[in-house]
Design a protein around this ligand. Structure first.
Ligand code: ZN
Length: 160
């Protein structure tokens, strides 16, 4: 069967930036299992995988707009060093998780200026073109239970 909405697909992938630096890969690990069409992958990659079948290989470049978004200067913010539990650990380049409404964001410390910390709340991959090599390992329909839970069960997924 081809990949369409509510297909469970197992894929192997390698992700590189435009400089050829490896960002992420399933190489040497279990393939990634996901439910197609429910927002588990970035939109640009889901679009490319639509209609593909077991054994298909693709090399695609995804624009930031269809991946982790463009960078926004408004997401670079000043916060007081006193807000941090462990001020000594706050150093340039350090990343930490921050609760923002319902979601967890990754913040990167841009600079520490005395008692003020400049943080960047852009996703670390925002503004970056993503180059994927993907191989479709298998496809099957999602079960009602998987759709209900919003994740894959069994191979490559949850075991409960
Ligand atoms: Zn479950």
């Amino acid at each position: 069967m081809s990949i369409q909405k509510e297909t469970v697909a197992l894929i192997h992938y390698t992700l590189k930036d435009n400089q050829g630096e490896l960002i992420d890969s399933s190489e040497g690990q279990e393939p990634l299992a996901y439910i197609h069409g429910v927002g588990q992958l970035i939109p640009g990659l889901e679009k490319e995988l639509e209609g593909k079948v077991k054994g298909d290989k693709l090399s695609v470049t995804i624009k930031p707009e269809d991946a982790y978004g463009v960078r926004s200067d408004e997401l670079i913010q000043d916060v007081a060093l006193s807000n941090f539990d462990d001020p000594k650990a706050v150093q340039q380049g350090v990343q930490f998780q921050m609760q923002s409404g319902d979601s967890i964001r990754i913040a990167t410390v841009v600079e520490v200026k005395g008692e003020t910390v400049v943080i960047d709340l852009n996703h670390p991959l925002a503004g970056i073109e993503l180059n994927f090599d993907v191989e479709v390992i298998s496809t099957r329909p999602a079960t009602a239970e998987e759709l209900d839970h919003g994740h894959v069960h069994g191979e490559g997924g949850h075991s409960h």
